[in-house]
Each structure stands twice: as structure tokens, then as C-alpha cells.
Write a protein that binds this ligand. Structure first.
Ligand SMILES: *Cc1c(COP(=O)(O)O)cnc(C)c1O
Length: 492
């Protein structure tokens, strides 16, 4: 068999497909430039980005399924784990694994804890209410009951005393965040870990978002493996290590703690399956990209990027505090910020006004006694444009104050109030979409450019109903439309 390397595919030309991809991408939020303050992380270093993309494509087809077939991948994984261990005060003998993201790292930490306590019949874990929803996903996937403990209402940090009281015979894991995603504060990890250790229970520190930043900042309460009692820790490289998406690390204090998430099966006729993570076939691309970018930026480079993002966060917090109508929810420990209004306007309208000015900030719904907020994740690349951001923010707040707080349409509100989330079937959802003016062609969902009325409506819904509504949205969004992208019909 020979390959004709110059033979084109039988579908659209490569050039036109690329043009289509560019056109599709034009509708996305920008990943670079520092104007998207959630979802993406930009170092602002063009060479590091180019290197990451090159490594990503070099190893895109390599398969982490078998470390003996692609030893380069095992080597890079061990290097990344070693680098993280050094940064996070891991003791000698620690181990780790590269996963596809923070959620997978958390799922595996929960799985390992569950498997490590086979004598516990109906395992549970104790979480502060600020813990990432990935733990609730783990609860659902893995059958480990989540015991959620309110954070301290003043500090928004985990309350070790209340958590201690929540521990019981079925507890297999206790969780702390460094920092929490929603409010950007670091839990009292030493106290939480002590609570866990006193009962011989594992303690996982979710440093998915802070793990690559906090080591370079001053005055952070201890949160790494330096804390006795911390048994595992997660850190996402696709966040503040500024690597392409698809890489997180899960570290364990010792190999026995990891054992529960390793998997082998010889009970089938194919190769003996042997996996350290949830994926089996696993692209080498994200791993190689992370290896390349972290080597290129280096420890000193990350220290500088962390300080830039931190300074930008403090500058922005000060400017927001000094803006009529706005307040900072809590002094940030890291590079994340939550903003609330004084009631003269609403965060959803501010988010729309910011988007109209080319800035994406992420609305967070009301939770417990907390009002809705705006979430800002600051990348190093945002630092030089903080003054521009502040100008846009002040204009946005002024516009939102002039408009007044967005209201919930009374008839829609009435419809929703009467809804049982469990009874929200496809037909009921279609009716709601039509009533809300969100039904497009063929009943497809058509999102408006201004999301504030929709967000205000969702915010007014109790959590179970909001989940049901958004699941309906996801279901509608993820249905094929138009002509499938396949070979064009040939002549008969
Ligand atoms: C981002 C994040 C996660 C989840 O990570 P994904 O990579 O989105 O799966 C978990 N915990 C915290 C604190 C996070 O910020």
C-alpha cells in the first residue's frame, strides 16, 4: 500500500474548511487579549502560546493508553508531577497523575477516597458550601454522599468547627479550596486538615485555580502539602500555568493514597487495560503542551505573571470599591474577584453592558444569603488594560443604574412559580421558550443578545428549577441542525 501524500480529501478543500472554522470561531469569546475574565487564561506571552500550540499538534496523535508504547508521555507526566510537587511542598515519596481537567482530578480524588475505605458502607464527604460543583458531580457519579457545610457568613471561608461537627463514621473525605472559585478566598486549610486527620480521614485541597499562583504570593495562610493532614491536592495547568486546555494534576502524599483510582482489567480478550485516570486513549497533545509551556515560562516567569495578575486584581478591586453602586464581596486572597451591587442596579445588566464594550465578566446567581455577583478571573494579560477595564466598568454601571434593576416578567415569573422541576418535560419546556420569546425556527432555542432578563428570571428560580431549565437549554442547544457536515452528494 502506498500513500499519495498529495491526494486531497474528497470533501471540501482544506482551504475552505479552514475558512469555515475561522468563521465559526469569530462567534466565540476571544481566548487571548485579556478581555475575557472567565473560562480562559492568557499569559500575554506570544512565544509561550506558539510553543504550546506546536507541542499540542506534535503529540496530538500520541496515545497515553500505554506508557511503554509512548515512553515520552510517561516521562513528561513524571516531570510535570515533579515540578508541581516542588511548588506545592510535597514530601518525598509523593505521587501524582495528569488528568484532563479539574473535574477529572476531583472525581479521581473522591474515587480514591471511596476505594480507600472499603469498610464504609455508604460513604460520604464533608464539603464547605463554597466547594466547586465538581464535588457534587463526583457525589452523583460515584455514590459518595455530599455533606455540605455552610461557610462562615462573614469570611466566606470554610468553618472548621462546623465541619468537624459534620464528620461521621461514613466520612471518607474532607475538602478545602485554595481558593474558592466563586469568591476567591482560601479556606483555613490547616484547621480543616486537622479536623480530618483527627478522625483519620483524608483531606483534599482543591487548588485547581490557585495552585499555580498562590505559591508566588505573600501572606497566604498555609494550604499546601506543608500542612500535615493534606492527603491530596489538585491543580489545573490549563488555568494559571497558561497551557492549552486539557491538563490538570492530581497529587497524593503517598502511593497508597493513589491506589484507589488506578484501574486494571484482564477480564476481556484484548490488551490488559491499565489506566491511572478516567481516560483510556488519551491524547499526548495537552500533556506535551503543558510540559513545553511550563518549561518555557519557568518558575521565575510564573512568579512574575502571578504578581502581575495579583496587582491587577488589587487595582481592580480598589477601583470597583470606589465606584458608586458597586462593592467587592470579599477582599480577594488570589487573582479572582466577586463584585455585587448596592441594589441601585443589577449585575446581569452590568455584564451585558460590559459585553457590549468588548469585556466578558461572568454572572453568578444568588446563593444562600449572598446576592448575585459578577465573577472576574484575572490573567496576567489583563494587567496592562486594567484602566480600560475600569473605564468600561464605570460606564456599564452608570448605564445599569440609569436603566434600574432588571425586572422579572410577571407572567413568566408566574408560570415558573407554578412549575414542578421534575415535571418539566419537552413540551412544557417548548411552551416556556415560546412564552419567553426564546423560540426560534423549528422550536430551536434562540438566545437574545442581552441576557439580563433571562438571567434575572433564572436567578429568581429555586436551584432545582434553575437546573431543570438549564438542562432544557443544554438539551435544545445540543441537537443537530442543518445539513450534516459530510461529503457533498456526488453526481448520480
Ligand atoms: C476550574 C475549577 C475546577 C474544575 O476544573 P475544570 O478544569 O473546569 O474541570 C474545580 N475547582 C476549582 C476551584 C476551579 O476553579
Amino acid at each position: 500500500m502506498t500513500h499519495d501524500r498529495t491526494e486531497p480529501g474528497h470533501g471540501a478543500s482544506a482551504g475552505s474548511v479552514l475558512a469555515e472554522l475561522r468563521a465559526l470561531q469569530a462567534g466565540d469569546l476571544p481566548t487571548h487579549g485579556g478581555r475575557t475574565l472567565a473560562y480562559v487564561y492568557d499569559s500575554g506571552l506570544a512565544e509561550a502560546d506558539a510553543l504550546g500550540r506546536e507541542a499540542l499538534s506534535m503529540f496530538a496523535s500520541s496515545n497515553g493508553l500505554d506508557p511503554t508504547a509512548f515512553p515520552s508521555l510517561q516521562r513528561m507526566e513524571n516531570d510535570l508531577v515533579a515540578e508541581a510537587g516542588a511548588l506545592l511542598d510535597a514530601p518525598s515519596g509523593f505521587v501524582g497523575a495528569v488528568t484532563s481537567g479539574g473535574t477529572e482530578s476531583i472525581l479521581l480524588a473522591v474515587l480514591a477516597a471511596r476505594e480507600g475505605a472499603p469498610h464504609v458502607d455508604r460513604p460520604s464527604m464533608v464539603l464547605p458550601s463554597s466547594a466547586h460543583a465538581a464535588f457534587l458531580k463526583a457525589a452523583k457519579y460515584l455514590g459518595v454522599r455530599a455533606v455540605v457545610v455552610d461557610v462562615d457568613p462573614d469570611t466566606l471561608r470554610a468553618d472548621p468547627g462546623a465541619m468537624a461537627a459534620a464528620l461521621g463514621d461514613t466520612t471518607v473525605l474532607v475538602v478545602a479550596s485554595a481558593p474558592s472559585y466563586a469568591h476567591g478566598v482560601v479556606d483555613p486549610v490547616a484547621e480543616v486538615a486537622a479536623v480530618a486527620a483527627a478522625r483519620g480521614v483524608r483531606c483534599h485541597v482543591d487548588a485547581c485555580i490557585g495552585g499555580w499562583v498562590l505559591p508566588h504570593l505573600d501572606d497566604v495562610a498555609p494550604w499546601t502539602f506543608a500542612v500535615e493532614g493534606v492527603t491530596s491536592l489538585s491543580v489545573d495547568l490549563h488555568k494559571y500555568a497558561y497551557t492549552p486546555k486539557g491538563v490538570s494534576l492530581l497529587l497524593h502524599r503517598d502511593p497508597a493514597l493513589r491506589r484507589g483510582h488506578l484501574f486494571a482489567s484482564a477480564d476481556w480478550p484484548g490488551y490488559t487495560m491499565l489506566n491511572s485516570t478516567m481516560q483510556s486513549t488519551k491524547s499526548g497533545g495537552p500533556l506535551a503542551a503543558a510540559w513545553a509551556v511550563t518549561r518555557h515560562i519557568g518558575r521565575d516567569g510564573y512568579a512574575r505573571l502571578a504578581r502581575e495578575a495579583r496587582d491587577a486584581t488589587l487595582e481592580l478591586a480598589a477601583a470597583a470599591s470606589a465606584t458608586d453602586g458597586l462593592r467587592v464581596v470579599i477582599a480577594p486572597d488570589s487573582t479572582l474577584l466577586a463584585l455585587a451591587t448596592d441594589g441601585s442596579c443589577d449585575v446581569f445588566t452590568i455584564a451585558d453592558e460590559m459585553l457590549a464594550r468588548g469585556w466578558f465578566v461572568q454572572p453568578q446567581m444568588a446563593f444562600g444569603h449572598l446576592p448575585p455577583t459578577l465573577h472576574l478571573t484575572l490573567s496576567a494579560a489583563t494587567a496592562p488594560s486594567v484602566p480600560d477595564f475600569v473605564t468600561a466598568l464605570r460606564e456599564a454601571v452608570e448605564a445599569a443604574r440609569a436603566a434600574g434593576p432588571v425586572g422579572v416578567d410577571p407572567s413568566l415569573g408566574g408560570m415558573l412559580a407554578a412549575l414542578d422541576p421534575a415535571g418539566l418535560d419537552d413540551a412544557a419546556f417548548a411552551g416556556l421558550l415560546a412564552a419567553a420569546g426564546l423560540a426560534g425556527d423549528g422550536g430551536a432555542l434562540e438566545l437574545p443578545t442581552r441576557m439580563a432578563p433571562v438571567n434575572a428570571l433564572l436567578d429568581a428560580c429555586p436551584p432545582r428549577l434553575r437546573e431543570a431549565l438549564l438542562l432544557g437549554v443544554l438539551d435544545r442547544l445540543s441537537r443537530p441542525t442543518g445539513t450534516p457536515a459530510g461529503p457533498s452528494p456526488s453526481e448520480p
